[in-house]
Ligand binder design. Sequence first.
Ligand SMILES: [Zn+2]
Ligand SMILES: [Zn+2]
Length: 157
Amino acid sequence: MRVTCKCGHKGRIGNCQLDSPESLSLESQCLNVHCGHAWVAKLEFYRTITPSALSAERLQNGPQDTLLHHVKPSALIICKCGHKGRIRDSTKHSADFVTLYCDCLDPSCGHRWVSNLTFSRTISPSALDGERLLFDRLRALPKQQVRELLDQLGVSR
Ligand SMILES: [Zn+2]
Ligand SMILES: [Zn+2]
């Protein structure tokens, strides 16, 4: 299970929280020290491709409590039967929206489903955003004003 920061750098998943049996909040942090962006991603069940062969009764008994149990950054894809799943394929629609095609690894279950990984909210903004913002703002100013600003900072000449 991987998350990517909007700066393009790899992210790390920290705390996870189960919002509902089919929705998981993942606190993520950019591993680029110059960025420092921290955000929440959401992993949500979208639809079933192949239904589970297990009985509804058995499915009702496991998932809710086993899900939290299994929530580890390395094993976030959990079938509703409580067994570990794997990401067979994924489609990246945008930086904020990835579709994951998942298979249950329990052969007696065989459930195949689709989950969506989406950006939810920012915890702390990226420093790269700030720099870019500042740069854009400076560029919009008249050259004379920029020179004065640089003079004040003592960085010109
Ligand atoms: Zn980043
Ligand atoms: Zn399963």
